[in-house]
Design a protein around this ligand. Sequence first.
Ligand SMILES: Cc1cc2nc3c(=O)[nH]c(=O)nc-3n(C[C@H](O)[C@H](O)[C@H](O)COP(=O)(O)OP(=O)(O)OC[C@H]3O[C@@H](n4cnc5c(N)ncnc54)[C@H](O)[C@@H]3O)c2cc1C
Length: 447
Amino acid sequence: MKAIVIGAGIAGLTAVHTLRKAGVDVVCFERDDVPGGRVISTKRDGFIFDVGAQFFFKNYKTCYSLADELGIGQERCRWAFRVGFPDNGGWRAMVATTNPLEIMQNLPELMHFLKGKSIPFKAQVQAAGVVPTIARRYFDLDFIDFERSLDLDNESFADFVLRLGGKELLEYAFQSIASTMTLEQPEKMSAAYGLGLLVNMIGGLSTYRHGIGTITERLAERNAASIQYNTKVDKIVIENGKVKGVEIKGALVEADIVIPAITATRLLKMAAGLPDTIRKPLEMVTYSACCHVIFALPGALLPEGWYALSTPRMLNSLCSGYTNNAVKSPFYAPSKCTQISCFTYDHHAHELNEKPDEEVKRALVKDLQRFMPHMPEEPLFTEIRRWKEAVCLAPVGMLSAMARMKRQNYQDVKGLFLAGEYLNMPSVESAAASGQAAAQAALRARS
Ligand SMILES: Cc1cc2nc3c(=O)[nH]c(=O)nc-3n(C[C@H](O)[C@H](O)[C@H](O)COP(=O)(O)OP(=O)(O)OC[C@H]3O[C@@H](n4cnc5c(N)ncnc54)[C@H](O)[C@@H]3O)c2cc1C
């Protein structure tokens, strides 16, 4: 059996890894000159930058077991998710957690937060309408086993919060949480996805000591013999309901198995012969954009121990939020230095993605100075990463369509096994699990 994997993001790398362990002859074609896709860390002058994905949630089982297998389980590090919300011209912080011990440890801070103006009393009352549903559905909101949450897939997250809570709860709390996690507005994603992110987020965040990209770097190292970089696949060749191979620069590379581990939009452009049963669900998939700007700074900017600033849309910021990545581990910034990520979102991200670096930098310095006046005019340096497709949004109906497709039509094209985060509730975990599942399905089809 000859297999081709398209893309060396975490989905593609996991598929390659699974196939190689089963002794399959596999080659992975990656367009870029480095592995990782959207799970990638870069290094410069003693700083580590997570330029794509930022953190893993507690239940990323596939990722954690891969990390253990690759010998980096011990490098995992967690940090307190202390977020500052605007309060009467200033900021007030709380630790977002459901861990009873952490709640007790931070109780005075939480009480102080709730007495402030960050989340108005009206919104706190409205929360009473939403929290019981979240608590009741907690175990249904799984990133991989998400079928039990599909009744929440028929309205947007914003409509859900408005229906059970109210406008204040949406505008002061849930909008900024949803936007920070997805880099888009809560109107653009289903309630199932918004709630899935919310319940998983409060279980805690983690990364790897030397960057989140450690996992994709190690996967790529382990499977180096099968990965061909700087090789863009132009077309997936499908004939008579069966995959024939892929086309690269006009030449056909034949294979019995093709696993495209790329975004749904790219796949649609590349595979003209897909049947409606697969094409139509793929057409529902949408992505946010992000012009991710990271400032390396000579000193602290946020108060000690704060990870993030939440900037609700009523503030008209270019960003859904800012994070202080130096709290992740001591290796993320040299001593006394810090780094601040600016997550531009919505139409701002699309606009900034088209502007030159210097203009982007100036716009973000100005935006940050509105909230942190001591932000210096000139950072040590600035790292900019433009993502035209950042986070898959799971708009209303997408998860139901994917669940149906996976159940009934996943193998409608013989030899074609899709992978990518859009097949599950979108996340790094979903991408990794989809790569593993695609490889396992290919192995089952062989035997
Ligand atoms: C700024 C940002 C923050 C995020 N934060 C988080 C977070 O904190 N937690 C979380 O869980 N998720 C987060 N995400 C989302 C997460 O990164 C993705 O869901 C996940 O990495 C998708 O993995 P993938 O392998 O499916 O796709 P990708 O990582 O996009 O991999 C696809 C690969 O295919 C390659 N490719 C594309 N076309 C071709 C072609 N024609 N030929 C050959 N190769 C091709 C690409 O170069 C790429 O390497 C974030 C994303 C961004 C951008």
